[in-house]
Every structure is written in structure tokens, then in C-alpha cells.
Design a protein around this ligand. Structure first.
Ligand code: ASP
Ligand code: MG
Length: 490
């Protein structure tokens, strides 16, 4: 049995949905030759949807009714657009169209109650964001049914049982395995393809939780482990894990084989194609993971296993993230303390704001935080509230630097390549990149830094070349046919 997980960009529009349906059916037919069925599908929300859902919820909490209504209207037209395009003459059209309308009506009611309360909790945010995946599974299932495949859309709130750590819940594997074996295995054995929501889950009491942003991959691994799958395939929009973002470096090379530890290390540094927790559930049972490209399905991608073959090439990877803001929080005098830094990080975590990188500087009495652009306003609000002092206003100063990017250069322990960090710094100096802040792990294999966004493309290309990562058999850019690709969060 193979679990296939499709990310948000793989189902970004109607054509992409159709492409995913083709891939699923091809694998289903192939698997059928040996054993009937044996295909399980896990899907994310359409690209950008989770961000929009969160923006709507924050607007609702601030009483901005027109903003959340606009979010709902946009989601309605985008999802119905896919239904109309792919199921124009299908008997499926009416039913799934109505389902989309009903679910979004429920979303609007939820937004309204958040507006009444005037507050958005992380628990409330999980309830809101669960809508994205619920819409996409139903649409994909309808498209597959329309093509004659037996399938069933299933919400993972009935399958993945977690603790109540909203925003980043942890699965309770025994209970989850039980449910997967009871509810999913019999379907698969009858040749039905289960299409399961990624990212979302529920507590034992049935309260909706989420596994953390980008958690669709993690969900697929949980499903794979609970069903004792043979492999888990993560379909995204790039040819596996590469030496650099192929949108910036057309000649970036695929890391063909990685160990679980190496892959999760790269994911922790922000490699977008894999959620950092994904390897956890599959490591124990040694289920192989593959990272493959739904826009280039014949490319073998990256294989992640316990013990990769000894003769594979050990290449470092450059991981870049754009669309970020740096926030400097501190004080002009010496009132800023480490405890205040800890408080700032704690409050942001409770508010569901992910801090992608931080560095503390004593001489400047400040803490530099790097957050996603869409979290900037919320982050500032949380910090202002935390450090407000009735008499004097805020006890700390807040500065922002917008449009920054982070770059991490991560080497593979065990490779002959030494001096990754010094190599990288000398490349930055040679290129004239303006480094805003640096973070370094206690190893000599990796370094992360924050730079102005406008310099990211040039810098990544330059460092890639300086580290000798250009492939010998360079392909010319734009060789891959298929849907228009766009990388970005969902
Ligand atoms: N839709 C979720 C997110 O955007 C989960 C995922 O795409 O993996 O974070
Ligand atoms: Mg992802």
C-alpha cells in the first residue's frame, strides 16, 4: 500500500486537480495489477487557502466584517470555479457544489462568532483553518468518482487522534492506528481510494486540532505508519529536495537519497517541501518516504530511508525563504533582559506566530525575530500588549524591517566538504550581500542568515556556484513541461 500526499500547489487550480487525478488513477491501476487498490490519498488545502482563512479569522476578531466576508466570497468563487471547470457535465457537480457552499456558510458563521467574542484563540484558529482541507478532499474525490474510480472523502478528524496542543498537536499513535486500521483498511481492501484531509485532526473528545503549518506531510506519514504502508510519497511542485530552490537556480541538483535524520534536519532549516516532523512516525517502522513532483511525475525525486546507499553523493543544500519581516524588540537603555526575551518568544508561540529565526544581541539590548509577512501585524500586536506598561506606555521599542529573506546553508555531516561556514561567508563577502543578522547552530555544518529580499536570488545563485554545486550535466532552464508552477505556502 502506498500513501500519496498532494500539497497545495499540486492542486492550485482546476488543471492541477485534473493532473493529480491522472496521477492517482495511474498509480491505482498499476497497483491493481499486483493487489487490488492499495492506494491512499492525503491532500492539503489549495495553495494560499490556509493563509486566507487565518487572515479572515484575525479580521473577524478585530470586528472587520467586510474583510472576512470578502475572504469567504473569494474562497467560494475559487472552489466553485474548479467544480464548474472539471465537472461541468457531471452528475457530481451539483452535490459537491452544494457541499462547498454549505461548508463556507458554516465558515462564515464561525467568523461571526469570533467577531462577537472579539478574540481569536489558537483553538478557534484550528477550527477555521480546517475548512481548507475539507473543501479540497471533497472536490478531488468528486473528480475521481467522475472518472469512474470508487473513492471516499474522509476528514482526518475521525482518524488522527491528538492531544489538545492546538496549533501544533501531537498524535496519539495507538488510538490513531486503531482507527486507521478499522476505518481505512477495509475500504482499501475493497478497492476504494480513501481521500483524506491532511493537516487536521481531533482530540479524543472530537475537538478539531491541527498538526502545525505545512502539516499535510506529517499527516501523510502518520496515516502511512498507522496503516503499515509500504511507502509514503509526498507530491509537491519540485523534483525532490534540491541543492537550492529551482526557481532561483535552474541548475539546482536533486539530493537523490537522504537518511531520515538528514531529511528532517533540512526540513527544520526551512526546506519547504517537507514538514520537519514528517519522518517521526515512519522512522520506527522504516517506511521509505519519497519526495516527488506532480508537475514532472517521471522524475525519481528524493528517496528518504534509514540507511541510504553508501555511494550516494553528499551535497550541501541552500535553503531560502522569502516573504519575511524582521522585528527588533528591545530597549534603548539596559532594561532589556533575557527574561523579557523569553517572555516575548513564549507569548508569540501561544498566539500561534511562528518565529522562523531569532538572535539575541546583548550589546544592542535587543532580540531580532524573523516572522512571515502575514504574521507581522499580529506579532506586533502581541508584543505591544505584552510589554505595555500602564504608566509609561511600552517598556520596549519595536522596530521592523520588511521584505527580508533567510538563507541557510546546510552541509551533510560525514561528507568530505569542510568549512561550509567559512566558504559561505567568503562567498557573501565577495558578492557584497548585506547580512542583517546571523544564526549559527553549534555545528560546523550549517549557518543561517537574514538578508534583504531583493538580494536573495543573486545571492543564492552566487553561493551555489561558489560551493561548487552546479551540476556537470546542466539542463537548460524550463525543461519541464506541465502546469505552471508556483512555489509558495498554502
Ligand atoms: N494547508 C496547511 C498549511 O498551509 C497544511 C499543508 O499545506 O501542508 O499549512
Ligand atoms: Mg508543504
Amino acid at each position: 500500500m502506498i500513501v500519496h500526499k498532494f500539497g497545495g500547489t499540486s492542486i492550485g487550480d482546476a488543471q492541477c486537480f485534473a493532473n493529480v487525478a491522472d496521477i492517482v488513477i495511474e498509480h491505482y491501476n498499476k497497483a491493481n495489477v499486483a493487489t487490488p487498490g492499495e492506494v491512499v490519498v492525503v491532500v492539503s488545502a489549495m495553495s494560499g487557502v490556509t493563509n486566507q482563512l487565518i487572515a479572515g479569522a484575525r479580521a473577524a476578531a478585530e470586528g472587520k466584517d467586510s474583510v472576512y466576508r470578502e475572504v469567504k466570497a473569494r474562497l467560494l468563487s475559487r472552489h466553485l470555479g474548479v467544480v464548474e471547470t472539471l465537472l461541468t457535465h457531471s452528475p457530481e457537480r451539483l452535490e459537491v457544489g452544494r457541499l462547498v457552499e454549505d461548508r463556507l456558510h458554516d465558515l462564515e458563521r464561525l467568523y461571526r462568532s469570533i467577531a462577537v467574542l472579539g478574540e481569536l484563540t489558537v483553538r478557534g484558529c484550528d477550527a477555521v483553518t480546517s475548512f481548507g482541507e475539507q473543501l479540497s478532499v471533497n472536490i478531488l474525490a468528486a473528480v475521481l468518482r467522475d472518472r469512474g474510480v470508487r473513492t471516499q472523502a474522509i476528514s482526518a478528524t475521525k482518524l488522527i487522534v491528538t492531544d489538545d496542543n492546538f496549533g501544533a498537536a501531537t498524535p496519539l499513535m495507538d488510538r490513531t492506528r486503531q482507527r486507521l486500521q478499522q476505518r481505512i483498511r477495509p475500504l482499501v481492501e475493497r478497492g476504494v481510494i480513501p481521500v483524506i484531509t491532511g493537516y487536521i485532526a481531533a482530540t479524543e473528545e472530537g475537538v478539531t486540532t491541527t498538526l502545525g503549518r505545512g502539516g499535510g506531510d506529517y499527516a501523510a506519514a502518520i496515516v502511512g505508519a498507522g496503516l503499515d504502508a509500504d511507502e509514503v510519497w509526498i507530491w509537491s511542485d519540485v523534483d525532490g529536495i534540491l541543492t537550492a530552490d529551482p526557481n532561483l537556480v535552474p541548475h539546482a541538483r536533486t539530493l537523490t537519497e537522504l537518511s531520515y535524520t538528514e531529511a528532517s534536519n533540512l526540513a527544520y532549516f526551512g526546506a519547504d517541501v517537507l514538514h520537519p516532523k514528517t519522518v517521526r512516525p515512519v522512522t520506527e517502522s522504516g517506511i521509505p518516504l519519497r519526495i516527488v513532483n506532480s508537475f514532472n511525475p517521471t522524475h525519481p525525486g528524493t528517496l528518504i530511508v534509514e540507511t541510504p546507499s553508501p555511494d550516494r553523493e553528499l551535497l550541501p543544500a541552500i535553503i531560502s525563504t522569502t516573504g519575511l519581516t524582521m522585528i527588533a524588540v528591545g530597549s534603548e537603555d539596559d532594561t532589556w533582559t533575557l527574561q523579557m526575551a523569553a517572555r516575548a518568544l513564549q507569548r508569540l508561540s501561544e498566539a500561534g506566530v511562528e518565529v522562523l529565526m531569532f538572535s539575541q544581541s546583548f550589546s544592542e539590548h535587543s532580540l531580532n525575530l524573523v516572522v512571515r509577512e502575514q504574521d507581522q501585524a499580529h506579532c506586533l500586536k502581541v508584543l505591544r500588549r505584552e510589554f505595555e506598561d500602564g504608566r509609561q506606555g511600552s517598556v520596549c521599542s519595536l522596530g521592523t524591517k520588511e521584505q527580508v529573506a533567510t538563507i541557510s546553508v546546510v552541509g551533510m555531516p560525514g561528507s568530505n566538504e569542510t568549512g561550509i561556514v567559512s566558504h559561505t561567508f567568503s562567498a557573501l563577502g565577495k558578492h557584497g550581500t548585506r547580512v542583517i543578522t546571523v544564526a549559527q547552530a553549534a555545528t560546523e555544518y550549517s549557518v543561517s542568515f537574514c538578508i534583504p529580499e531583493e538580494q536573495v536570488a543573486d545571492t543564492v545563485r552566487f553561493v551555489h556556484r561558489e560551493l561548487g554545486l552546479e551540476g556537470e550535466n546542466e539542463q537548460s532552464p524550463g525543461e519541464h513541461p506541465g502546469c505552471d508552477q508556483a512555489t509558495g505556502g498554502t
